[in-house]
Write a protein that binds this ligand. Structure first.
Ligand SMILES: [Fe+2]
Length: 177
């Protein structure tokens, strides 16, 4: 399973710290092992069940959000130099993990994908933090997961969480009805 996850998530290799990289990979392996979806499914299914005829796949959307996060961070570091501190490893790990909880938000009923009971009761920022904590991801990464979506709108997001939140939104809002 580790090889399969590395294949769908080449961006995991962008994490420099080996321990952080391993833990990020472990979260995805665990989530897929506990999901009705396979690693292969993620490269085929639409990223949202709520958008009609959505042709953007789950992995395309997620990888785009990670790639955008890194591009934004690099530009901000270049232009703002010492005025902003961005930890690239924490940013990348967080961006890769924001939707890891979604894997247990899905259910399959008569072969059709729906939202699971767990997904209805606890949205993926919560289940994502639980998975990240299980594998010992640092609080800075758990923070990015916890506050990446609307649940974080009233919170004070870290600089890394602000970047990931916006990168995530720009890679799905254009496709919303
Ligand atoms: Fe999300």
């Amino acid at each position: 399973m580790h090889e399969k996850v590395q294949k769908i998530w080449p961006e995991i290799n962008w994490i420099q710290n080996q321990e952080l990289k391993d833990k990020t990979l472990d979260c995805w392996v665990y989530a897929i092992e506990n999901s009705v979806l396979s690693a292969e499914d993620l490269e085929v299914i639409p990223f949202s069940l709520l958008i009609k005829d959505c042709k953007i796949t789950f992995m395309n959307h997620k990888r785009t959000a990670v790639q955008l996060s890194v591009e934004i961070a690099k530009r901000m570091k270049k232009n703002f130099s010492d005025e902003i501190k961005i930890d690239m490893d924490l940013l990348i790990a967080g961006a890769i993990l924001i939707d890891v909880g979604k894997l247990i938000e899905y259910d399959k009923v008569d072969g059709k994908l729906t939202t699971s009971k767990a997904g209805r009761l606890l949205r993926h920022p919560f289940s994502g933090v639980a998975i990240a904590d299980r594998f010992g991801l640092p609080p800075e990464v758990q923070h990015i997961i916890a506050y990446h979506a609307k649940e974080g709108d009233d919170a004070k997001r870290s600089d890394e969480a602000i970047i990931v939140h916006h990168a995530d939104f720009v890679s799905f809002e254009p496709f919303k009805a």
